[in-house]
Design a protein around this ligand. Structure first.
Ligand code: GAL
Length: 844
């Protein structure tokens, strides 16, 4: 009997492995999205596959699932997949199919935003720069050349998904797909052609017959059956443009991105939860966190310009994949409550009661069951009388009562621990403590290829015109050299005078050399990417060489015609200016003269272009395999020297905590670990001094200038080194330093929870946990009653139980995690007159 049952089980399993998965029907009406006919509340989170590594995908998705997420959203990044026309790359962290299958294996849904324009603070908004260089093309409008390229790429992606049965209609996880991205925000300047383009996009999408709905975000004129959706910090007041479309929020911004020279933006857990609860109070059916995990802009993928390598976004999972607490946990609790109310929210009758401006109650009723939301969007607490009971709703919060009677969740009452992350020095097995890095170096020989006669080896082209950087480089490098050689005769009016080199550039950085000597550098600052560089120079008689290195720091990714924003020394003028003594005047008996500028324009003289760094393009110094065949100096390591390559080896930190490299002391450049780019670095670029505060008031609308930290510090000091980039034996770090810096403070560290604080109200369970196997080593504070202060500065209040500390010690000390029921029953009587609260601070 037993044997035949086992055989049956084996047969069944084998059969089901070969059986195509059952198709899932995704439909909708004006109220909700439906999966197999069942109306749903769907909680989704953005994780962009190229912003982490394939090894990180499963753990990230699993943490999202544990956090109560049902679906993972991603854009598709065209320029990453097709860097050169018809040369495709779907390998490594670009393996889109593997990413979607990882989502599927975790049992989650997927949302595929094909775009193929993405925005996303991604270089050039995800469009390949070679598009720009097709004669006659205009991007994101009714232009046959663009439409043909867009169709080719979107067809490729759709076919790839279909081939792997990844659409829900084929049994796959993809329940929604997006065409274009926020075109509605910027379509005005495109006029009629823009409208034509939107209609064409909709027809193209439909023609793919993918069997799941299409969305168009921020497109209030989205043609049916495209569902127009909302993006923003709040979308409760959004209404789609058709009564048949459900209310979908494609981007609930969990924080904000960061730019070089800017501070760290934070959005509180309270405010984020408030926005989500309000959205579902006002009949939302699908909400996506943008980002749930922001990750890292590896390589040259950061757009902007001036977007940092970190794309942490203050998301529920931090850049490295750690839980960002209390955000992750506070939302997790909200998710489980919302899911428990799915039927009543999506199928119930609804009644709103407005008590006063910004104070409301919403009652959902279905099959004899009622669920309520009480919302208070004022900055003060308020009290309402609901069915003869008085309820206090804290300021800027939503209270959820799944039975319209018991308050189960309030968005402003956080019961989850706050984790304070710390960096620990590299404790590699046999490392000295701390691990001391030994450096080798070599200069970037950027003039190696200039011959005496001005001829440039390996140049791309010579033309009597200044060209936009994108046009020449196809964006294969941040660097473009503009070379010019001219013969200066004594008869030239500028000969022998004090001369100024003047260069108008559209950014983002310029380094100018005259006859091989640096005369100056300038970096665009404060968002002024278009600037004039001016420096006094000395010329010689005969042949003079001007070498201008223009460096970009990510291309624009947003706005009408963002693709046309010039970069580099695109149109000049480039001039040599000398002062000429013009006139002798005799006025009131004094000798006077006028100095007048005479200038020599070089715009239409012969310019020779060379793309990229000699070390990167020709010698491949960034790759340890090739770089070992090159000569590296072991002699005194230069500091504060521009255009230098540095190389060192290190041992991987032990354990499983995420690894970062602290690049404090360096200037600006690019870093590689074992040949993998870990992105651009620029720790010398400090954020401004003003506008930060240690306290952050969650009340009132969030904006990216609210709740800033990191004033006066490097915008980004630590750079993520995914563990999969590391080897057990020796690892190599290679830096290209453009601006000049000091590598001696560079160190590898791990990121982990250093301290955890928790604050839980009576009736909840307090959960505390460390990370990566480390245990709670000390209870620094514990008080149950009316404790005061915030994490790090908790104080005992006017009343407390005398047992709390010893109980917490017993439950938590020496353990990786613990949980405590917050009640007088387990923690002892307090004698307090208000709701008791437990505050705890522990060291991990
Ligand atoms: C939206 C855009 C996203 C992202 C976001 C800001 O407008 O759709 O791709 O750029 O802004 O992070």
């Amino acid at each position: 009997m037993m044997a035949s049952f086992t055989r049956f089980l084996l047969l069944f399993t084998a059969f089901s492995l070969f059986m195509p998965s059952l198709s899932v029907d995704v439909s909708y009406d004006g109220r909700s999205l439906k999966i197999d006919g069942k109306p749903k509340i769907i909680l989704s989170g953005s994780i962009h596959y190229p912003r982490s590594t394939p090894e990180m995908w499963q753990p990230l998705i699993q943490k999202a699932k544990e956090g109560g997420i049902d679906a993972i959203e991603t854009y598709v990044f065209w320029n990453a997949h097709e860097p050169l026309r018809r040369q495709y790359d779907f390998s490594g962290n670009l393996d889109l199919v593997r990413f979607i299958k990882t989502i599927q294996n975790e049992g989650l849904y997927a949302v595929l935003r094909i775009g193929p324009y993405t925005c996303a603070e991604w270089n050039y908004g995800g469009l390949p720069v070679w598009l720009h260089n097709i004669p006659g093309i205009q991007l994101r409008t009714a232009n046959p050349l663009y439409m043909s390229e867009m169709k080719t790429f979107t067809t490729l992606i759709v076919d790839m998904m279909k081939r792997e049965n990844l659409f829900a209609s084929q049994g796959g996880p993809i329940i929604l797909s997006q065409i274009e991205n926020e075109y509605g925000n910027i379509m005005g300047p495109y006029g009629e052609a823009g409208k034509e383009y939107v209609n064409w996009c909709a027809k193209l999408a439909e023609s793919f017959n993918i069997g799941v709905p299409w969305i168009m975000c921020q497109q209030s004129d989205a043609p049916q059956p495209m569902i127009n959706t909302c993006n923003g910090w709040y979308c409760d007041q959004f209404t789609p443009n058709s009564p048949n479309s459900p209310k979908i929020w494609t981007e609930n911004w969990t924080g904000w991105y960061k730019g070089w020279g800017l501070k760290d933006p934070h959005r509180t857990a309270e405010d984020l939860a408030f926005s989500v609860a309000r959205f579902f109070q006002y009949r939302g059916t699908f909400m996506n966190y943008y980002m749930y995990h922001g990750g890292t802009n590896f390589g040259r993928t950061a757009g902007g310009p001036y977007i940092t390598t970190s794309y942490d976004y203050d998301a529920p999972l931090d850049e490295y994949g750690n839980l960002n607490q209390p955000k992750w946990g506070h939302l997790k609790q909200l998710h489980s409550i919302l899911k428990s109310m799915e039927d009543v929210l999506t199928q119930g009758s609804v009644r709103d009661i407005n008590y006063e401006t910004l104070v409301s109650a919403t009652i959902f009723s279905y099959q004899g069951k009622s669920s309520c939301f009480f919302g208070n969007a004022k900055s003060e607490d308020t009290t309402i009388n609901f069915q003869n009971t008085m309820y206090t709703i804290p300021a800027w919060s939503v209270t959820i009562l799944p039975d319209c009677n018991t308050e189960v969740y309030n968005t402003a009452r956080v019961n989850t621990q706050t984790s304070i992350m710390v960096k620990k020095d590299n404790q590699a097995d046999d490392a000295e403590e701390p691990f001391v890095l030994k450096w080798k170096w070599r200069p970037e020989h950027h003039f190696e290829h200039i011959k005496k006669n001005g001829f440039v080896d390996g140049s791309v082209m010579t033309i009597e015109q200044l060209l936009d950087q994108k046009t020449v480089t196809n964006d294969t490098s941040d660097y473009l050299w503009y070379y010019n050689s001219f013969d200066l005769k004594k008869s030239n009016p500028i000969w022998g005078k004090e001369t100024t080199l003047q260069v108008h550039t559209s950014g983002h950085a310029i380094h100018a050399y005259i006859n091989g000597k640096l005369v100056g550098s300038q970096y665009a600052d404060n968002g002024n990417y278009d600037f004039v560089f001016e420096k006094k120079i000395r010329l010689k008689e005969g042949l003079n060489h001007i070498s201008l290195c223009s460096a970009t720091v990510g291309l624009a990714n947003y706005g009408a015609n963002f693709d046309m924003v010039p970069v580099g020394i695109s149109s000049g003028p480039v001039r040599l200016i000398a002062k000429q003594r013009l006139d002798n005047l005799r006025k009131f008996g004094k000798k006077k003269y006028i100095l007048e500028d005479i200038s020599m324009e070089l715009d239409h003289s012969k310019w020779t272009y060379k793309v990229g760094l000699h070390g990167e393009e020709e010698l491949k110094l960034q790759d340890p395999y090739f770089s070992q065949h090159q000569k590296w100096s072991q002699g005194p390591v230069p500091t504060n020297r521009m255009f230098v390559w540095y190389k060192t080896t290190f041992k991987a930190p032990i354990g499983s905590d995420p690894v970062v490299v602290d690049l404090m002391g360096l200037g600006k450049g690019h870093a590689w670990v074992n040949g993998h780019s870990i992105g651009r670095y620029w720790p010398s670029y400090l954020a401004g001094e003003d506008g930060c505060s240690s306290e952050c008031d969650y009340r009132g609308s969030y904006s990216d200038s609210k709740c800033l930290t990191n004033c006066g510090k490097p915008s980004q000091r630590w750079y993520h080194v995914p563990r999969s980039f590391l080897r057990d034996d020796e690892n190599t770090l290679i830096l290209f330093e453009e601006a000049g810096g000091n590598p001696f403070n560079v160190k590898f560290q791990t990121v982990t929870v250093g301290k955890a604080c928790a604050n839980a109200y009576e009736g909840n369970t307090l959960e505390l946990s460390c990370q990566g196997g480390s245990a709670i080593s000390e209870i620094k504070f514990a008080s149950f009653g009316l404790p005061e202060g915030a994490c790090g500065s908790f104080r005992t209040g006017s009343c407390e139980s005398s047992n709390a500390l010893s109980i917490i010690q017993k439950e938590c000390l020496g353990k990786e995690s613990c949980s405590v029921d917050v009640s007088e029953k387990s923690l002892g009587p307090t004698g307090c007159k208000a709701t008791n609260r437990l505050a705890v601070e522990v060291t991990c």
